[in-house]
Design a protein around this ligand. Structure first.
Ligand code: NAP
Length: 383
């Protein structure tokens, strides 16, 4: 029986993780859960899964929750409490599924404690990839990707990297794949969040529409698979059935296919190196043709270009890119800036924030704050 801690339990990845756990009560136990403010949903999760510990990072939400649930469940609050459940002696596996840079410290705490870290929070690698990988290595933590593309590459590379030419991440192209760039000035948050294939949180849905999500995934792949930017490629595949591919010197391509459903990715991370039922039906190839592929247009999807540039620049550039994007997306979701302003703002922030190296979590946090301050100033010129 493995004790699971889910950081970000009330989100989309949290839902899928709990759904897989429900299929295997003999293998997995919900030990601890976390959320930010959504205490009402956490109340329901507590009733159903009876965790030992719950963390609401917001103090008021923690108080409200504590007043409404079974007193056997310990309720903690604050960011430090996230680290406590991530590194807890009784935790075996940690699902790191907090959205944004807020998830970085607790992912790192899980790695430091030598846990199996099922990493959905890509920001942990984007903000402090070298540091994170070092901590994983030094503490014998197990790092299993929970992103469909990286899980696909991880699966394709099970026999090793010998003869590897490049990896290729697939991108759906999001809801605006066929929308001309001129029309992107006026698209709304709800149009941007209407992802054609995946059901996800709002922030990552906007990132899919701008293709910043793919850019962050390129950075994530660089650290996870220890490959330079030149060996990481992106292809648009609107059906999202091929989750990603690896290319070998002899011309062979190995791809991983499946229905786009995160439960398959999560069940693999939970059962690796075994496989267990995920609740996802197999892909019916004969009834799902044809499969299409396109090269991404880096003028239209400028965020993808900016992410490649930041990766090549190294150091704090990736954290700066991420912070600027998080804020710009928030403004877009609040209808305060236009969709195309997101890339423009990120580009300007990358120009103004000084280039540095990241040696510690504190460096990453300071850079994140500096980039946020710079973004808030620049955003004012757009609202
Ligand atoms: N969804 C996907 O299919 C998918 C696929 C691959 C990777 N990912 C990655 O997985 C992560 C989670 O994505 P998601 O789609 O599940 O996001 P989501 O639905 O927005 O859920 C986010 C979770 O994080 C919590 N949270 C938000 N802000 C927080 C803060 N400041 N401190 C602590 N907790 C906070 C939320 O709690 P409240 O509910 O209380 O706000 C919620 O539990 C992201 O990094 C995303 O890029 C997602």
């Amino acid at each position: 029986m493995k004790n699971i801690t889910i950081l970000g339990a009330t989100g989309s990845i949290g839902d899928s993780t709990l759904s897989v756990i429900s299929l295997h009560p003999d293998k997995f136990n919900v030990f601890a859960l976390s959320a930010h403010r959504n205490w009402q949903k956490m109340q329901l999760l507590c009733a159903k899964f009876q965790p030992n510990i719950v963390v609401m990072s917001d103090e008021t939400a923690a108080e409200k929750l504590a007043n409404t649930i079974n007193s056997d469940i310990q309720v903690l609050s604050g960011a430090q409490a996230l680290n406590t459940i991530a590194a807890h002696d009784k935790t075996d596996y940690v699902m790191a599924a907090i959205v944004g840079s807020a998830g970085m410290a607790s992912s790192l705490a899980a790695a430091k404690a030598g846990k199996r870290v099922m990493l959905a929070n890509k920001e942990s690698l984007v903000l402090a990839g070298n540091l994170f990988m070092q901590v994983v290595h030094d503490n014998n933590a197990e790092l299993i990707p929970v992103d469909s593309e990286h899980s696909a590459i991880f699966q394709c590379l099970q026999s090793g990297k010998v003869g590897l030419n490049k990896i290729q991440l697939t991108a759906s192209g999001g809801p605006f794949l066929h929308t001309p760039i001129e029309k992107l000035h006026t698209v709304t948050p709800s149009e941007a969040c209407a992802h054609p294939n995946w059901s996800m949180g709002n922030k990552i849905s906007v990132d899919s529409a701008t293709m910043m999500n793919k850019g962050l995934e390129v950075i994530e792949a660089h650290y996870l698979f220890d490959l330079p930017a030149e060996k990481i490629d992106v292809v648009i595949h609107p059906q999202s059935f091929i989750h990603s591919s690896v290319y070998y010197k002899d011309g062979a391509i190995i791809s991983q296919l499946g229905v786009p459903d995160m439960r398959a990715v999560i069940s693999y991370a939970m059962s690796y190196p075994d496989r267990i039922i995920s609740g996802v039906a197999p892909l019916d190839l004969a009834n799902n043709s044809p499969l299409e592929f396109y090269t991404p247009n880096l003028d239209k999807f400028a965020c993808l270009r900016l992410a490649f540039d930041a990766l090549k620049q190294g150091g704090n550039a990736m954290g700066t890119l991420n912070a600027a994007n998080e804020i710009a997306v928030e403004y877009f979701l609040n209808n305060q800036i236009a969709f195309l302003d997101i890339a423009s703002i990120v580009e300007r922030v990358l120009e103004v924030v000084q280039h540095n190296n990241i040696y510690s979590l504190e460096d990453a946090i300071i850079n994140d704050q500096t980039a946020r301050t710079a973004t808030h100033k620049i955003v004012k010129q757009y609202v």
